[in-house]
Design a binder for this molecule. Structure first.
Ligand code: ADP
Ligand code: MG
Length: 162
């Protein structure tokens, strides 16, 4: 288990951190985002999309009503938002498991609503601190993702440029 915490002081910083993470992600990665409304989950997903080379002119917005948005970068990006999820069965209907098993990157906003159904991958918890800052905790149990997260943490803490 590797866990790393940091604080971003602007939406741009959250996006930048996520962009660096997205650039490192291998196919088949699941990212579980947890945090309240306005915590920055969609902002972070936008950065992941950039890091996955989704074209910059393609808007990345919350799939709150559609539950799923999909983007094509160097890997397919499946972006779920479970905020309006009705019951356990919906998870099957919206194709969550199918996406998790596919060789793309699956991002789940409100992953806490799929607790027990989807596990593993990379968990990112976002907590609102004040208007412009958020506390982020990134953790994983997966041997393939641990070194990647360590690399991101080391370069970010040193303040290295991309
Ligand atoms: P969520 O998807 O978790 O509901 P959003 O990403 O849609 O949240 O919205 C986050 C809001 O908070 C945006 O308006 C963004 O500009 C703002 N914000 C302020 N500071 C930060 C920060 N450090 N990181 C991310 N978002 C931030
Ligand atoms: Mg959102």
């Amino acid at each position: 288990m590797f866990s790393w915490q940091t604080r971003t002081t602007s939406p741009e910083a959250t996006e930048e951190l996520a962009m660096r993470l997205g650039a490192l992600l291998p196919a088949g990665t699941l990212i579980r985002l947890e945090g309240d409304l306005g915590a920055g989950k969609t902002c972070l997903t936008r950065g992941l999309a950039r890091g996955l080379e989704v074209p910059a002119d393609e808007p990345v917005t919350s799939p709150t009503y559609t539950l799923l948005n999909q983007y094509q970068g160097r890997l397919p990006l499946h972006h779920f938002d479970l905020y309006r999820l009705q019951g356990g069965e919906d998870l099957f209907e919206i194709g969550l498991e199918e996406c998790c098993a596919s060789p793309g990157v699956t991002v789940l906003e409100w992953a806490e609503r799929a607790e027990g159904v989807v596990q593993g991958g990379l968990r990112i918890e976002l907590v609102y601190c004040d208007e412009t800052s958020r506390h982020l905790t990134l953790s994983t149990d997966e041997p393939t993702l641990e070194p990647l997260l360590q690399q991101l943490a080391a370069s970010w803490d040193k303040g290295e440029a991309v």
